[in-house]
Design a protein around this ligand. Structure first.
Ligand code: CTP
Ligand code: MG
Length: 229
């Protein structure tokens, strides 16, 4: 296996969710923002830094996912997703070419990711980090509450970060994390924490917001207008 300093970069795009909270009648990754699907936008963004792109698509929509990736300048693979996001990523890892040494995991649901964020993640990995995540500070005051919703205390928000994607890993670190399917976490960096692998942070970007609800879709649409994308 090539070292992270030199090997090829792959981006895994989990896109197999159904988007229940968005409430559309098609999978969320196929929803369009100004005429271009979330999946296409995310893949085009990843293709700037990645040589290989593996998309985990809804099982019955592999052809449609492939069609949406026709203009992406990378070695593109499409695999069937799994029941949970982590299962979708596990399926994608199985088809990664041998010479890939850096693996980014980027949600299809974050279509407006600026390339600078991905570049920050890759450069930390090239420089020797094993796991890298983009994060943002928190502006609101954060309170801890009890089961009756009464305030217990104010949490020190200076110690807290909001986590985005792409999260980046050396091939060795992500292979190790997915070798044991019993380790479960809400994000891939969470798997690293379980394994005791140090996770480095870089600065994220508000435009890397995740589209979860119809309100988020409205915000993303407005962002495109502002940035004249
Ligand atoms: N995802 C996936 N496989 C799953 C579940 C989610 O590949 N079994 C992907 C989604 O397509 C999305 C990313 O993981 O790009 C983040 O998940 P989320 O925003 O929760 O998307 P959905 O699961 O589609 O949305 P919801 O939870 O509202 O149904
Ligand atoms: Mg989900």
């Amino acid at each position: 296996m090539n070292s992270a300093a030199t090997g090829r970069v792959a981006a895994i795009i989990p896109a197999a969710g159904s988007g229940i909270r968005l409430g559309a009648d098609i999978p969320k990754a196929f929803i369009e923002l100004a005429g271009i699907s979330l999946l296409t936008r995310s893949a085009l963004a990843m293709s700037v830094v990645a040589d290989v792109i593996v998309v985990a698509a809804p099982t019955n929509e592999l052809k449609q996912a492939s069609d949406l990736l026709a203009d992406v300048d990378a070695e593109v693979h499409v695999v069937a997703g799994g029941e949970q996001r982590q299962d979708s990523i596990a399926n994608a890892l199985k088809v990664l070419p041998e010479d890939v040494s850096i693996v980014l995991v980027h949600d299809a649901a974050r279509p407006l990711i600026p390339v600078e964020v991905s570049q920050r993640v890759v450069s930390q990995l090239r420089a020797g980090a094993q796991a890298v995540i983009p994060v943002l500070e928190i502006a609101d005051t954060i309170k801890k509450v009890d089961s009756a919703n009464k305030v217990i205390s104010t949490v020190d928000r200076n110690e807290l970060r909001r986590v985005q994607t792409p999260q980046g890993f050396t091939r060795a670190a992500i292979d190790q994390a997915y070798a044991n399917p019993e380790i479960v976490a809400t994000d891939d960096a969470g798997l690293m924490e379980v394994l005791g692998i140090e996770v480095v942070t870089v600065i994220g970007d508000e435009r890397a917001m995740k589209i979860t609800t119809a309100h988020d879709l409205q915000i993303a649409t407005a962002l495109i207008g502002v940035t004249n994308d």
